[in-house]
Design a protein around this ligand. Structure first.
Ligand SMILES: *Cc1c(COP(=O)(O)O)cnc(C)c1O
Length: 389
């Protein structure tokens, strides 16, 4: 558990991304946080140490990352985990058997799988609703509801959840409001300001941004909740190693810069796709044709680089996914390099087909994670792949 110091002078995100939570190393004054690759720390005497005893509980490299992301999200406490799903796991461990969760039906496939295959067996109950329809969230709340869990924009349908409205429902119900902010990042969306109790990240994606580590993070403000999460982080033990924390911390330094380019490229490519004859529909909150564009403009400062494209036929989707040359066919998202994926067979294969159909996730949908390359090269690549389709 790492508390953010209030005297931090860095007020704006691009400055915070570079500096927040980091102090010069006390030994040599190293400007960049060293990788404290150790499992244990010397004790000066019985019960006397420098505040560090064992690296599952505390590690200075991990703490620098936790403080950094906590500041970026406008929270007070950050907790790093060995994956995004380990962070999901830690939030659900705040609950007890018999408790009920209202969850957005479009959440990350692995989140849905963990809830329905692990937590349901252990006694939590779940109702999955279209979180874009605020009334559905409210209607699903029962006296046992202890958590409302949302992701916005959703993966891959880019549906938005009105955070203020959902936060009010959670507050009325006395339930925790958890928001997965992996897609938007704190550059474009600040859920804690809109009523979330806990913000969740897969740092694997945009926060690290270079597709070279797997990690998760939780940010929150309430001290009582932070104490319980700290207990779970240490007690369950799904902590990241110092090297992965160092990579993620190196990643967050350029977050503001990268997100600006993901967003600029995303907007250009989404607009271009809408004009392409092979494209049936483009899902991107930045397009005026997006049914929740007005909410997107109110709730988000940018729209990022995630775009889903309906191609109308499975064969066409397969051919496009296999023919791009710069867009790499791979799982994951949020790296500097552009990726293309087929949600039905890749990220969302674990979601039951009926449920996929109900949310509009067809077998002919492809998802783009637009990187920071030159946008004209990216458009040319998509054009040749679509032309061949
Ligand atoms: C990838 C992802 C996760 C899971 O994170 P891992 O680091 O892969 O465990 C959770 N939520 C969203 C939105 C994701 O994209």
């Amino acid at each position: 558990m790492t508390k953010v110091l209030a005297e931090d002078l860095a007020r704006r995100l691009a400055t915070q991304a570079v500096h927040a939570g980091q102090v010069p190393d006390p030994l040599a004054g190293a400007v960049m946080t060293p990788i404290y690759q150790t499992s244990t720390y010397i004790q000066d005497g019985l019960g006397r140490n420098k505040g560090y005893e064992y690296a599952r509980t505390r590690n200075p490299t991990r703490e620098a990352l936790e403080r950094n992301v906590a500041v970026l999200e406008g929270g007070r406490h950050g907790f790093a985990f060995s994956s995004g799903l380990a962070a999901v796991d830690a939030t659900l461990k705040l609950l007890s058997a018999g408790d009920h969760v209202v969850c957005g039906e479009n959440v990350y496939g692995g989140t849905h799988r963990q809830m329905t295959h692990i937590w349901a067996r252990l006694g939590l109950t779940f109702t999955f609703v279209d979180a874009a329809e605020t009334e559905r969230i409210a209607a699903a709340v029962t006296p046992r509801t202890k958590m409302i869990y949302a992701e916005t924009p959703t993966n891959p349908m880019m549906r938005l959840c009105d955070l203020r409205a959902a936060g009010e429902i959670a507050q009325r119900a006395g339930a925790l409001f958890v928001v997965d902010n992996t897609f938007a990042t704190p550059c474009f969306q600040r859920p804690l300001q809109d009523g979330a109790d806990i913000v969740l990240h897969s740092t694997t994606k945009y926060l690290n941004g270079h597709s070279d580590m797997v990690g998760g993070l939780l940010v929150l403000t309430r001290d009582d909740l932070a104490e319980r999460i700290a207990f779970i982080q240490n007690g369950s033990g799904a902590v990241p190693g110092p090297f992965d924390c160092w990579l993620a911390l190196r990643g967050t330094k350029t977050l503001a810069l990268r997100m600006r380019q993901h967003d600029a490229n995303g907007r250009r490519i989404a607009a271009w796709l809408t004009t392409h004859p092979m494209v049936e529909q483009v899902y991107y909150p930045g397009l005026p044709s997006h049914p929740q564009h007005e909410l997107a403009c109110r709730q988000m400062k940018g729209f990022g680089g995630m775009i889903s494209v309906e191609l109308g036929s499975v064969d066409r989707a397969r051919r496009v996914a296999e023919r791009t040359k710069i867009f790499v066919l791979a799982e994951s998202l949020g790296g500097v390099e552009s990726l293309i994926g087929h949600p039905a067979s890749m990220t969302h294969a674990s979601v039951p087909p009926e449920m996929r159909r109900a949310m509009g996730l067809t077998d002919s949908l492809v998802r783009l994670s637009v990187g920071i390359e030159d946008v004209d090269d990216l458009i040319a690549d998509l054009d040749q792949a679509l032309g061949g389709a």
